[in-house]
Write a protein that binds this ligand. Structure first.
Ligand SMILES: Nc1ncnc2c1ncn2[C@@H]1O[C@H](COP(=O)(O)OP(=O)(O)OP(=O)(O)O)[C@@H](O)[C@H]1O
Ligand SMILES: [Mg+2]
Length: 161
């Protein structure tokens, strides 16, 4: 069966520089993830998992090496192009949720649909409501994010994609 490479990294490195101190967090990572694969990245604390995921999620760039997402080389893209890719192709559940506080679950789910520049969503509120109902949050739609449980906030993040 023909498979499509969704994620491909070649010799990715990431060096953090703080003054004179350099931390080599990633030292030449080659990774291929094909369409339909579920992959878990495991390793000891400080081994570079979050650093790698931030690069794969287009939240950070490698110091050297090549990253291709859906066949597109991400390295050369500017800030706005990266923002579009994050909006349309990446779902990222942060350990600390990163939802907007003082706004409702509905507003958090609706926001990326409003920012979507493909014009796919004219009825953003309806789509967002439906998504929240799907994850069992029908009775929390108008709750502020700080009024949700940890799991409910994670469900909101999932549906924020
Ligand atoms: N902004 C930064 N500046 C300097 N060093 C950093 C920075 N971010 C991460 N590091 C270092 O890079 C290495 C990899 O960190 P990373 O957060 O990717 O690890 P991790 O595998 O996600 O760990 P954990 O399991 O504890 O979450 C660590 O040695 C860390 O101290
Ligand atoms: Mg981590």
């Amino acid at each position: 069966m023909a498979t499509r490479k969704v994620i491909e990294t070649k010799q990715i490195t990431r060096v953090f520089k703080n003054g004179d101190i350099e931390v080599h967090a990633l030292k030449g990572i080659d990774l291929v993830i094909e369409e339909g694969e579920f992959v878990a990245i495991m390793g000891s604390s400080g081994s570079g998992k979050s650093t790698l995921l931030h690069i794969i999620g287009c939240l950070d760039r490698p110091t050297s090496g090549v990253y291709k997402l859906d066949g597109v080389q991400v390295n050369g893209l500017n800030k706005n192009e990266l923002a579009d890719i994050r909006n349309q192709k990446i779902g990222f559940i942060f350990q600390s949720y990163n939802l907007l506080s003082r706004t409702t679950a509905l507003e958090n789910v609706e926001l990326p649909l409003v920012y979507d520049r493909t014009g796919r969503f004219s009825n953003t509120k309806e789509v967002a409501k439906k998504a929240l109902v799907q994850v069992g949050l029908a009775d929390r739609i108008y709750h502020k994010t700080n009024e949700l449980s940890g799991g409910q906030q994670q469900s909101t993040v999932v549906k924020n994609k």
